[in-house]
Design a protein around this ligand. Structure first.
Ligand SMILES: CCCCCCCCCCCCC/C=C/[C@@H](O)[C@H](CO)NC(=O)CCCCCCCCCCCCCCC
Ligand SMILES: Nc1ncnc2c1ncn2[C@@H]1O[C@H](COP(=O)(O)OP(=O)(O)OP(=O)(O)O)[C@@H](O)[C@H]1O
Ligand SMILES: [Ca+2]
Length: 556
């Protein structure tokens, strides 16, 4: 029979900064509570109690008395020497996760002094044994650093903030500083010895994460004999988890899966071995694979912002705001046909007030439902797209067509493009912004930054879908398009649809797709969501109540 989770493994009287504490260790919790008899005890002050979940202990270190008295570099030991003088015996330090504001985590530490060496060693070995039983913690990681992402701080951020934490947690790393774009992707595809690692970490922005996703998915499918060009193929999930140390311009994936774009917070989520599944969209054109997307697929406004901003990379993250204002003023709309397969039987809608949070039940339910359905389709040997006659079609003039597979929350828009979208529910939210006045489009954009509903506008519609296709009007054959591209030397093809654009004289007939910050080479695309194809070292966004309870002494 398994022991009750709260059964104590150890209970001792230890000292923390000259005060006596009752310190206990169970399989789940480490607690230390100031003793009533302690000289520091104050009858009118509530007794101080601390609770740390064992799963959030980073490491434990036995303090070497001789070494510590020789060097005063160790902050924790210095405090003991100053505070306790002759009273100090053997000591050990526990490093653990502490939660701060706005979903940030910090590495905190507490040093306990024990009356004798044997007791100290017993505590250290007991905590180490417990940590060793947590199978989800990575031991060896493959790290890719983009030295040029965001504000070009990737290398410094990793060396100063992340590497020391990994070392403390006993994680060994193979580090590769990338030398060119797609270096990480190609290394993962062909060279990396993936069996040696428990996870892959990227230091950079969403573009760097996308490289890792492409490398890992590609490698997994090729190893499993899956045809990447067939949009109906069921893809094999990737075994290795991915960690993101944010050092980019948008860091939208990190923000939406962790709740902050903070390198230390992300490193700690990796160390404790968190796991967050995520949906991935495959994008095809004429049965040819183009790319994968995990956050935003945007045609029209966000495609144009990206195209324009690529020419201004030297501006750093500010390029998006500059191009955003420019494209807002340009106010181009695009004609085309959108057809989609609505998500049937799944929980949740894009207009829900509930959000996708840590341990999300909607994602769990839909994940289960969709994998059962996929098995059924496989047994009947039909594809989902063939069996389903529920495709719907919308034709129109659009300022923007966005598919948000997750909220796309980021510092620019803390609630994101689709606030109720889920990370791992097997669906994407298709947002259609029809042609409207500049004033109305500005109202719509502004609502991304306030509590108001950006979908509650007559020219905006949103559908939760499993698949969708887009065909631009004036769709040309590939060879025509190729010819035009060569002649113009750029993506935008100007056509004779100027009657609706009295101000500019001529307007592009085509936009480009912004696929997680990369420009796609085709405008006619076929998109399919693959439920929970990858896993991240993250746990989704925690509600404040989750951790308030844990630190509440009454909850012990
Ligand atoms: C008036 C303020 C309105 C603010 C509206 C803000 C909405 C912001 C929504 C951000 C959605 C980000 C989605 C993430 C996509 C990532 O996969 C991708 C890769 O990193 N990032 C981008 O493509 C980078 C895309 C960055 C897009 C930035 C757009 C900025 C728009 C500014 C419009 C200003 C109009 C002002 C008129 C006076
Ligand atoms: N050594 C390198 N030299 C040039 N480009 C690189 C290198 N390593 C990676 N890249 C490319 O740089 C691009 C941008 O990187 P990254 O995503 O890290 O930063 P960012 O664009 O500033 O941030 P975001 O994607 O969040 O906007 C990626 O698409 C990646 O392919
Ligand atoms: Ca989703």
């Amino acid at each position: 029979m398994e022991r009750p989770a709260r059964l104590l493994l150890l209970l001792s009287e230890l000292r923390v900064r000259n005060a006596a504490y009752d310190v206990s260790l169970s399989r789940c919790l480490l607690t230390w509570k100031r003793r009533v008899s302690s000289p520091m005890y104050h009858p009118f002050r509530p007794s101080v109690s601390h609770v740390v979940s064992v799963s959030e202990i980073i490491a434990v270190r036995e303090e070497d008395e001789e070494e510590s008295s020789r060097t005063t570099n160790s902050g924790s030991w210095k405090k003991i020497q100053e505070g306790e003088g002759k009273d100090c015996g053997q000591a050990f330090t526990v490093f653990y996760v502490e939660r701060c504001r706005q979903h940030r985590w910090r590495n905190s530490e507490v040093t306990f002094t024990c009356p004798d060496v044997a007791l100290c060693q017993h505590w250290v070995s007991s905590i180490r044994e417990l940590l060793a039983t947590i199978a989800s913690r990575p031991k060896r990681l493959l790290v890719y650093i983009n030295p040029y992402g965001g504000k070009r701080q990737g290398k410094r951020i990793y060396d100063q903030k992340v590497a020391p934490l990994f070392a403390r947690a006993g994680i060994s790393t193979d580090v590769i500083v990338t030398e060119y774009a797609n270096h990480a992707r190609d290394h993962l595809r062909t060279e990396a010895e993936l069996k040696k690692f428990d996870g892959v970490v990227c230091v950079g922005g969403d573009g760097m994460f996308s490289e890792i996703v492409h490398g890992l998915i590609w490698r997994t499918q090729i190893d499993g004999g899956v045809d990447l060009n067939c949009p109906d193929e069921t893809l094999l999930p990737c075994a290795l988890r991915i960690g993101i140390i944010p050092a980019g311009s948008t860091d939208c994936i990190c923000f939406a899966t962790v709740g902050a774009n903070d390198p230390v917070t992300s490193a700690l989520h990796i160390i404790v071995g968190d796991s967050q599944p995520m949906d991935v969209c495959s994008v095809h054109h004429n049965n040819t694979f183009l790319r994968y997307s995990v956050s935003l697929l945007g045609y029209g406004f966000y495609g144009d912002v990206l195209t324009d901003s690529e020419r201004k990379r030297w501006m750093g993250p500010a390029r998006y705001d500059f191009s955003g204002v420019k494209m807002f003023l340009n106010h181009h709309y695009y004609e085309g046909i959108v057809s989609y397969l609505p998500a049937r039987g799944t929980l949740g809608t894009p207009r829900d007030t509930a959000r996708c949070l840590s341990g999300c039940l909607v994602c769990q339910h839909n994940g289960q439902l969709l994998s059962e359905r996929a098995e059924k389709y496989e047994m009947d040997e039909v594809s989902e797209s063939e069996s389903d006659s529920e495709w719907r079609t919308i034709r129109g003039k659009f300022l923007a067509i966005n598919a948000a597979s997750m909220s796309c929350a980021c510092p620019r828009s803390p609630k994101g493009l689709s606030p109720a979208a889920h990370l791992a529910d097997g669906t994407t939210d298709l947002i259609l912004v029809r042609k409207c006045s500049r004033f109305n489009f500005l109202r719509h954009l502004l609502r991304h930054t306030s509590k108001d509903d950006q979908f509650d506008m007559t020219f905006v519609e949103v559908h939760r879908v499993r698949r969708f296709r887009f065909t631009p009007r004036y769709c040309q054959s590939d060879s025509d398009l190729e010819l035009d591209l060569q002649e113009n030397g750029k993506r935008q093809i100007f056509s004779q649809i100027c009657r609706d654009h009295p101000a500019c004289g001529c307007a592009p007939a085509y936009s480009s797709w912004n696929c997680d910050g990369e420009i796609l080479t085709h405008t006619a695309i076929d998109v399919r969501v693959h439920c929970q194809l990858i896993k991240l070292f993250a746990r989704g966004i925690e509600e404040p109540a989750v951790f308030e309870d844990l630190t509440n002494p009454c909850a012990i």
